[in-house]
Design a protein around this ligand. Structure first.
Ligand SMILES: [Mn+2]
Length: 308
C-alpha cells in the first residue's frame, strides 16, 4: 500500500525515521465564527503542493531532500480543549525525537497546543505571529481555546511579536504589548519595519502564520479577509531574514479556507510552506559548511603541531 507523501515527493524522502521535517495536519474548524471551511485547508494545501516545482530558485536548493514526513492528521474534535491537548502531545512527541515540526491548520486555535509544546522544549522562545488579528482575548464564547484567543497564552508565557495586525477589540489593548506589535497601517508607511521586528526577537523563534495576515488581493480564501495586509515579497524578506539572523525552531500555517473556484490561495500557502523550509535548511547548510571549515582548520593546525 503506498501512502500519500507531502508534495508527491519520492517515498525515500518521506520516511518517518529519516526525515528532518514532520508535517502535522490539523484539520480543525470547531470555533470559527464567520466563513467555515478551514478544516478543508490541509487537503487543499497538500493538493496544491503536489503541483509545485520542488527546486527553489532563490536558494538554489531542493528543500524536500531534507526529508518531509507527512504525519497522520489530528482529528480530535470533541472540544477545542481536547484538540489543543492532542496537538500539544503530538508536537511534544516529535520534538523529543529531534524533528523540525511544522503544522498546517485548521483554524488558529490549533497553535495554542503547538506553542505550548515548543515553549516547554526551547529556552526563551519568541512567537512571531503574522496575522490580521491580535487574537488576545482571554476567553471567547465560553472557551479559552477559541480562535480569538489563539495568542493569549503565548502573550503570557513567551516573547510575543505581532505583525500585520489591523483588527482587534478594544479590550485587547489592555493585554497587548504595544512595543512588540506592528500594525498594518504603520508598516505601510515605515520602510524599516523588518529591522524593527528582528530587533524584538530572541534567539529561538517559532513562527505562526495566519494566512489572513496577507492582503486579500493575493490570498482571498480565508475565513476573515481583511484589507490592507502583507504582500508576498515583503513577507518572504521578513521570513528569510528571521532565518538568517535567528534560530527558527518550527512553524505553523493556519486559516486556509479553500474555495474550489479560487486556487491561487491554496498555491500561495503551498509555496509559503516550501519557502520556509528553503530558508531554514539553507541556513543550516551554510552554518554546517562554516563549522566544517573551522574543524578542518583546527585539524590542520594540530597536524602541523604534531610535525614538530
Ligand atoms: Mn486572523
Amino acid at each position: 500500500m503506498s501512502k500519500k507523501t507531502y508534495a508527491g515527493i519520492p517515498a525515500e524522502f518521506a520516511r518517518e525515521e529519516t526525515s528532518k521535517v514532520v508535517l502535522l495536519p490539523v484539520p480543525y474548524d470547531g470555533t470559527s465564527t464567520w466563513v467555515k471551511g478551514s478544516d478543508k485547508g490541509p487537503e487543499a494545501f497538500l493538493d496544491a503542493s503536489e503541483n509545485m516545482e520542488l527546486y527553489d530558485i532563490e536558494t538554489n536548493s531542493e528543500p524536500y531532500k531534507n526529508g518531509v514526513f507527512l504525519s497522520d492528521p489530528i482529528t480530535e474534535n470533541q472540544s477545542p480543549e481536547k484538540m489543543v491537548e492532542a496537538v500539544y502531545k503530538t508536537t511534544k512527541n516529535y520534538l523529543s525525537r529531534g524533528k523540525f515540526v511544522t503544522i498546517f491548520g485548521g483554524e488558529h486555535s490549533i497553535s495554542i497546543g503547538s506553542i505550548r509544546a515548543f515553549n516547554e522544549s526551547f529556552d526563551n522562545l519568541t512567537v512571531l505571529q503574522i496575522d490580521a488579528h491580535a487574537d488576545l482575548r482571554k476567553e471567547y464564547e465560553g472557551s479559552t481555546c477559541n480562535h480569538a484567543c489563539a495568542m493569549y497564552e503565548a502573550n503570557q508565557n513567551c516573547n510575543l511579536v505581532q505583525v500585520g495586525i489591523r483588527s482587534m477589540d478594544i479590550s485587547e489593548t489592555r493585554v497587548m504589548n504595544q512595543e512588540q506589535v506592528f500594525f498594518a497601517h504603520e508598516m505601510a508607511e515605515d520602510d524599516y519595519w523588518i529591522d524593527q521586528v528582528i530587533d524584538c526577537l530572541t534567539d529561538n523563534v517559532y513562527i505562526t502564520i495566519d494566512l489572513d495576515g496577507f492582503d486579500p488581493s493575493i490570498l482571498p480564501s480565508t475565513g476573515t479577509p481583511e484589507p490592507g495586509g502583507l504582500q508576498w515579497y515583503e513577507t518572504l524578506e521578513l521570513l528569510r531574514r528571521v532565518n538568517e539572523e535567528k534560530n527558527v525552531v518550527g512553524f505553523d500555517i493556519v486559516e486556509l479556507c479553500p474555495n474550489p473556484n479560487e486556487k491561487s490561495s491554496d498555491f500561495l500557502a503551498a509555496k509559503l510552506y516550501y519557502k520556509l523550509l528553503a530558508y531554514k535548511f539553507k541556513e543550516e547548510e551554510s552554518s554546517e559548511e562554516f563549522e566544517s571549515e573551522e574543524t578542518s582548520t583546527t585539524r590542520k593546525a594540530n597536524f602541523e603541531e604534531d610535525d614538530y
